[in-house]
Design a binder for this molecule. Structure first.
Ligand SMILES: [Zn+2]
Length: 695
């Protein structure tokens, strides 16, 4: 739930092309799978504070990212099955490998009912022999259902079926989330959706690069229609319909930056008012088909979009609409069908769009898929093996230290009035935290998994997830639920919950290492904790009060002062150019940049307080570096990475996080303590005169 609004420390997901679907009847993995599977080998164990990563020929005051990460970057080119490769990818791959070992064991010799279930899910996914033999058969019932449509009036029922029984998103999004102005309530929410490319700009921008991407997308869509058995002429005509419809939907969609403002996406309406926005869509049949508990009102996040949707339904022929839906069904399942489907999907979404050279090994994809479908099942065994109770205790201490530092930081702000400071304190005091894994695990007993039916498993797990979500409607909020699975290398702040969340997966080196001095841990996980806390006070989070409601708790003067300071960051980051001709979008990345900049300040303050309490001089050197220097190197090394140019371009359009280089250099240049620690002079690139500061 509310996944759209979670503010995480890393990219949440690519957000497109990866359908979350899942199914098999083998006694064990087949020979071909064993071969595809032969590659798994234990990846290197990531470690914290890596002296060998440092490029001592670089000047830290000129380019700190190069100094802290230069040698690592040289020694770690992007593997052919990745589009970015950084320290957190190392950890993520390590976690995935350990999870794979659990899944393989569960597939071969399960000990518990739960292992039997997720083992079968994994085995079904690994069975490429069956997938290749079946071709498009597993999705034929869905395609036949779409083909059987004889009247646009039946579209409501069909879309509900696709959503609840197949996990195929089309035309719009429908979900349950907390009421943004009364966070105790869980309400229905519908919003723009229905695109296949990463962002509306891919359909609308008029430049040679986007024109080329659209031509490549056209070829992919034609290819998918041919794969499901259509003649070349028919496939061409159908592709035109798909792209016409998606382009019209893109025109009616709000840009990402506007979706960041909670006021832009809050429109509580009566269900009957949907008929005014989109009279040509049968809302009654659609809502009946969702099997939802009764509701009279809902949030229509993007009302104008639904007017566009109505024009599309009204203006396009029934056959064109069917083409759009057939493509969305085939595209959703393509990565998990026969090889030719999976290759076509890979070639466009990974290779062309993001620059990935080789398809990711099957065992990696199936491990990730099983984690997505049954994360709180596989996570139970994973945390037993990989998450010691001491890690949780140590995290609690760190979080407490960071809370104290943020309170001090708020008190010290020269531009904020006492009234607003008091309100900020109230919000900070109300922060809740979740560390490691859920107290109550999700119950998967109603999910049926078959060992010989991957697409069936994907469909049933989509239905399972839908039932789980839709039945939140009208119920009290469960504060103990998680939005990420335990092995995930990420963390998030959830504005309506006003809580910070740290899955077990991130509580390891390079972020967190019990064997290292405080400087290393405050620079790693400490900055991550500070980052999540600062999200409560970024451009978006600052609009929510202590109870998680969108409510203005600022004096007008303070809000003006805040906006002037965030504007400084918007301009600063918009000036960064990760690849020639592509600039970051300072407005899209504002929340993350604010969190990065605030996070490092409070983590640094918490480190200094800890050193005082432990009676350790900050100047005492370890490995030839003082504590402040170790703090900044540890911080920077979390973000060591290489990226393809293609992924830099996609990220600049879609990712609210800046690339590693600017998460390091953009932040240290705004924090004079960095320059002091490395003996820089005012005016050098990493200690400029025009630094920005919000928190
Ligand atoms: Zn974040």
């Amino acid at each position: 739930m509310q996944l759209l609004r979670l503010a995480s420390v890393l990219l949440l997901s690519t957000g497109f092309a990866l359908a979350q679907n899942s199914n098999g009847t083998l006694s064990a993995l087949t020979a071909a799978d064993q071969a595809a599977n032969a590659a798994p080998a234990e990846p290197t164990t990531p470690h914290s504070f890596d002296l060998s990563a440092i490029d001592k020929t670089a000047d830290p005051c000129t380019d700190f990212f190069q100094y802290a990460c230069g040698n690592w970057r040289k020694a770690n080119p992007i593997p052919s099955d990745q589009v970015r490769w950084g320290r957190f990818n190392e950890l993520s791959e390590h976690n995935r490998y350990l999870l794979y070992l659990d899944l393989k064991k569960a597939a071969d010799s399960p000990q518990t009912a739960l292992q039997h279930k997720y083992g079968d899910f994994f085995a079904a996914c690994m069975n490429t022999d069956v997938a290749d033999k079946l071709g498009d058969k597993p999705i034929q019932p869905i395609l036949a259902h779409i083909d059987s449509l004889s009247d646009k009036k039946q579209l409501g029922m069909l879309l509900a079926h696709l959503q609840t029984q197949a996990g195929v998103p089309a035309f719009m999004q429908f979900r349950v989330e907390q009421d943004q102005k009364d966070s105790t309530r869980q309400i229905a929410d519908t919003a723009q959706g229905g695109l296949s490319l990463p962002d509306r700009d891919y359909y609308l921008e008029d430049n040679p690069r986007m024109t080329k991407v659209r031509a490549q997308y056209h070829d992919y869509v034609v290819g998918v229609f041919k794969l499901i058995g259509d003649s070349p002429d028919k496939a061409e005509a159908e592709a035109k319909s798909v792209i016409d419809i998606e382009t019209a939907l893109a025109k009616g969609s709000l840009p990402r930056v506007e979706l960041r403002n909670p006021d832009n996406v809050y429109h509580i309406m009566k269900v009957t008012e949907l008929n005014t926005l989109a009279p040509d869509f049968d809302w009654t049949a659609y809502i009946d088909g969702l099997s939802a508990p009764h509701f009279d009102t809902l949030n229509v996040a993007t009302p104008e979009y639904f007017k566009t949707l109505n024009q599309v339904i009204d203006g396009q022929s029934l056959d064109n609409i069917k083409s759009y839906l057939r493509f969305h069904a085939a595209n959703t399942f393509a990565p998990w069908l026969a090889n030719d489907f999976a290759d076509a999907s890979f070639n466009f979404f990974q290779k062309t769009l993001q620059g990935q050279v080789e398809q990711t090994a099957r065992w990696k994809r199936c491990t990730a898929l099983t984690d997505r479908a049954m994360g709180e099942a596989v996570g139970q065994d994973w945390v037993k093996e990989n998450f010691p109770p001491s890690a949780k205790e140590n995290m609690e201490k760190l979080v407490a230290a960071l809370k104290v530092a943020l309170a001090q930081d708020i008190q010290s702000l020269p531009w904020m009035s006492e009234d607003t400071k008091k309100q900020a304190e109230v919000k900070l005091d109300a922060f809740r935290q979740k560390i490691g894994y859920p107290e109550n695990w999700r119950d998967y007993s109603k999910l049926e998994v078959k060992r010989d039916d991957l697409v069936g498993n994907l469909r049933r797990s989509a239905t399972f997830r839908w039932d789980w979500e839709i039945n939140h409607l009208g119920k009290p909020v469960d504060e103990k639920e998680w939005g990420m699975t335990p092995p995930t290398v990420n963390a998030y702040y959830d504005p309506p919950m006003n809580d910070i969340n740290f899955p077990a997966g991130i509580l390891q080196p390079p972020f967190f290492d019990n064997s290292k001095d405080p400087a290393v841990n405050f620079g790693g996980i400490g900055v991550v904790i500070g980052h999540e806390m600062t999200h409560g006070f970024d451009d978006e989070g600052s609009k929510y009060d202590a109870k998680g409601n969108v409510k203005d708790w600022w004096t007008p003067t303070d809000r003006k002062e805040f906006d002037a300071r965030t504007d400084c960051e918007v301009k600063e980051y918009s000036g960064f150019e990760p690849v020639a001709g592509t600039h970051l979008n300072g407005k899209l990345t504002l929340g993350e940049n604010t969190a990065d900049n605030g996070g490092i300040r409070i983590a640094y303050q918490a480190l200094l307080s800890t050193l005082v309490a432990e009676n350790v001089s900050p100047d005492k050197k370890i490995d030839d570096y003082t504590s402040p220097q170790r703090f900044f190197i540890s911080f920077a090394q979390v973000w060591c990475e290489n990226r393809t140019d293609e992924v830099q371009r996609v990220s600049a359009k879609t990712d609210p996080h800046s690339p590693g280089m600017f998460r390091v250099n953009g932040v240290v240049r705004n924090f004079d303590e960095f320059g002091k620690a490395f003996g820089c002079h005012k005016g050098q690139p990493m200690m400029p005169d025009d630094a920005c500061r919000v928190w």
